[in-house]
Structure formats: structure tokens, C-alpha cells
Design a protein around this ligand. Sequence first.
Ligand code: NAD
Length: 312
Amino acid sequence: MLGLGLIGGSVLRAAVAAGRQAFGYNRSARGASEAAADGFDADTDLHAVLTRAADTDALIVSAVPVPALPGMLEHIADWAPDCALTDVTSVKREVLDLVTAAGLQRRFVGGHPMAGTAHSGWTAGDARLFRRAPWVISVDDHVDPAVWTQVMHLALQCGAVVVPARSDEHDAAVAAISHLPHLAAEALAVTATDVPLAFALAAGSFRDGTRVAGTAPDLVRAMCEANAEQLLPALDELLERLSAVRATLAEHGSVAELVEEGHAARTRYDSFPRHDIVTVMIGENDWRDELAAAGRAGGVIRSALPVLDRPR
Ligand code: NAD
């Protein structure tokens, strides 16, 4: 594990709880010593950790924010270039481009566990964070079946359900369901600040609608700014809908259209079907396309898929 913050620290805890041998690097001595005090194998010496990863043919999991990735990838390329590599970063295209630029694409399979809290650092972590949470694993054209399988096992052992997806499709989806809600929450929080008495009256709607505005600003910026290409059209659509409801409210005293559509959309989400992906064999012809299609249709992997002996 490279980075023992909320997500990296939770993966380390969950992996060890599942019986895996796992060790980690953390930049700050404080995070590393907190992890060590809790009984985990943690170090601040990146060279030592990566050399050990190379010697033990470990699966490396990067859990640092996007701005820290180029430097981290450079070190991996120097000291552990042949290790299988995955990540937990909230954007996938930008990470794939950085990994490719670092020459590490061959053994890389991107990942994104869709779980978190508004807190940061080792002490915020929890071995149960990923239980039943979707964990996206990228099925881009280059991905190696053996590495994909390793990442699938890690996610399942952490208690997650695996959602296979292409990096670009992942980014468009998280723009709509994560990055846009973050910006909307920030805007809602700021808007209430300007209204006298608002905080005194705030209850459920405000608390739920602004919850993610409690996330560390650096992390929100890193997610949103690294996904600008997909976030901009999503923002445009939201602004269009808000402008339209403003116009109908001003001209006709009605918000009916947006409210009816919004309620119907939320109801569709509540009853969105999830089915188990069981028929795909990793490594067979077109396995990446089949998994991407199954993920798009709401399929999840709950128990490890079989792997072809000699992947094509
Ligand atoms: P965090 O702040 O709790 O942990 C960040 C970790 O990165 C820390 O260990 C920190 O020491 C390390 N780090 C930061 N800059 C570094 C640098 N320059 N060099 C080396 N290490 C550095 O944050 P987190 O929530 O665990 O986020 C980590 C990753 O997980 C991010 O890429 C984020 O996109 C992703 N993620 C976050 C959430 C969430 O809800 N917070 C959910 C899913 C994925």
C-alpha cells in the first residue's frame, strides 16, 4: 500500500483482516507510526517498501491523491517496474495517462472503490469501509488478465462487489454521481451562509445535501480538476436544468417539471436492478468487452470469476 490515509489505510486493514500479507508506505512519520502502533507493517522509507515489493512480487496499490501520482510512479518505475500495479484514485483516464507516461501500463489495472467518508488520514480508516461497496476495476483494451484477476481478488477480499468498467465510462459516471454532487454541495453550503437564520434552522435537507462539502478541499479539487473533461458537460447540464426551473418559477410560479423528472429519476435509481456477473471467463476472447457491457447493464461480480488457463 502506498499511502496509508483513509482509503489506503482501510485497504491495508481489510487486506490483513482477510488473511493477506500486506505492508505499506506513508509519507508522514505520524501516519506510519499510527499504523505501526495498531500492529500494521508500515514504513516511511519508500525505497525500502518498493524494493521489498519487487522482491516479493507484490501487488502494489497506489492510494495517494492525483497530484502526488507522477512522483510516485517515477519511483515505482525505478524500483519496482515489474510489479502488478493498481490504484484507488477517483478518476481513471488521467491516472491511465500518467501510468502510460511512466512506462508502467503493461502491469497496470486501474481501480476505484466507491466508498469513503469526509475524513482523512490513518485514524479515519476502517477495515469494513468497502463491505458491499462497488469497487470499479478498469477493463481497458490493454489490461492483462492475470493482473485483473489479482485486483478482483483484492477487492472481493475487502468485502466489495466488483463493477467492471472502461476508464472513460467510469469518469463520465463519477462526474455525474460524485464530482457534480461535490460541487453542488459546496454551492448549497455557501448559499446558506449568506442567509441570516439559515444555519439556525438547518436540518435534514441541508445536512444531507451538503454532507460531502465536509471533505478536505484538496481532495475535492484533485478529483474534480483531474476529471474536467467529463465534469464540464455534467455541470452544463445541471446549470441548464437550474436555469430552466428558475425561468418556469419566475414566469409561471411552477417548479413542476424539474420536480416530477427528479422524483422519477430518483425512483429509478432506488429500483435499479443489480445482477451477478457469472458467465464471463477472464482471458477468453472479448472478455474485456463482455465485462464492460455487463457492468454498464448493472452487473456486479460477487465471487471470483474463472480464469482461462492460457489467456488469449
Ligand atoms: P487521505 O488524505 O486520507 O490520504 C492520502 C494519502 O496520500 C496519505 O497517506 C498521504 O500521506 C499521501 N500523500 C499525499 N501526498 C503525497 C505525496 N506527495 N507523496 C506521497 N504520499 C502522499 O486521502 P484518501 O481519502 O485516502 O484519498 C486517497 C486516494 O483515494 C485519492 O486518490 C482519492 O481520489 C481516492 N479515493 C478517496 C475517497 C474518499 O472518499 N476520500 C474514495 C475513493 C477513492
